[in-house]
Design a protein around this ligand. Sequence first.
Ligand code: SAJ
Length: 456
Amino acid sequence: MTGTLSLKEKIQRKKAVVAVYGLGYVGLPLLLQTASKGFKTVGVDINNKKVLKLKKGETEVLTSQEKNVFKKLIEEGLVELTSDGNYASDKAEVHIICVPTPVDEVGIPDLKFVVEAAETISKGLREGEIVVSESTSYPGTVDYVIRPVLEKTGLKAGEDFYLAFSPERISPGDPYKISEIPKVVGGVNKESTDLSALFYQQILDAPVIPVSDAKTAEMTKMLENIYRVVNIALINELAVFAEKLGIDIWEVIRAASTKPFGFQSFHPGPGVGGHCVPVDPLYFSFLVRKMGKISHFIELATEINNKMPEHVVELVEAALNSVKKSVKGSTLSIYGLTYKKDVPDLRNTPSKKIIKFLLELGAKIKVYDPYVKKVTLGNETFKSEKNVFECAKGSDCLIFLTDHKMFKSINIEELIEKMKEKIIVDGRNIFDRETCERKGIHYFAIGKPIKKRGRV
Ligand code: SAJ
């Protein structure tokens, strides 16, 4: 194969120009990592506003320290940012697709961004180059969606250019650096796997794990996130049962976690948000349905997780009823809008569903989230209150949906002084029942006994 050696050498000498298509939670950290290891990297995003902001170092995805490195790399010319994909595909030899793979409102995968990225790459694709997709999708996407688009150039994958899949494993808010996370990679043939693995070895400190082919790499990602969505659904279902059985599931999880093997703890919550865990498994269940089968675990887990927002509303109703009030006409204060603690991201956040349900029941809503200035539901926008106390003023019930670190250190006595009724509904085990009840607070929580309920 002509060009392999030169591209291989270029990668070894970090002389190969890299293009990253899609500058979100996945693409931006990858761009930063690639350039900080010495590769000239062109970052492409179709959203020109985002590109202009990035050129000024403005982004919520990077930490302030990472932003300083990012700005320096731009000044040194190692990072170039553009909304012109054709320019990037022409300039680069290693093309990494990091665009979103959403589903529509009925859970059908939407690969339009992946296809657009592949079409852009094909315009500048030359013999001996590498294309790797990191965009999560069902097994076969590389082989039957991306490959045909790229081969319209007349170049053959695995022979004239290299094609592989390598799942992204970014976990927003969790303390893992991209360079420390092992990387799985599988190509349409061994050469594609080896060359892509060589590239990742150059930019990462963690091990690179080659697998047999692209669909094995795609399936690896599916397993990782199906595993999460099913286990979160399991603990959500047990949490609801525990409430009725007068058992504190949080104590049960702590006790079960003492088992040094064969158990990984998951925790109940108001629902499963983010752009990955609730979405990626739907790609697999879609593929299974195309096979004329049903992936029962994924369908059931999705159903259970999607019911948790309604369960929170049931807890709020029970809490208000305990002081002979109803949701209608009550002022309810929502603490935490983002899908996950200490991450400024509202994508698929259960908080939005819960607010919608409470509005439909006639509640007046106040919101507070340290990471979010406002949240829009349909044609209504809720601005985040100035602070936790403002949000509690005149409230009948405080509802905690995201366990932001700062909520753990709230002075609860000061908070409840401002309230009309002293009720807390705790979706994330932020508070302790005994402490709350000693202060005269009616305390209801996901996964904790509903007081004064007889045996089931
Ligand atoms: N959640 C629970 N209970 C749990 C764990 C999570 O209710 O025990 C909820 C969270 O509050 C959140 C949602 O599930 O709303 C997803 O949380 P997450 O941390 O599992 O998901 P992401 O999207 O922030 O990050 C995940 C990665 N998370 C971890 O590995 C810990 C991983 O699944 C993927 O690498 C990444 O998404 C991805 O890109 O797929």
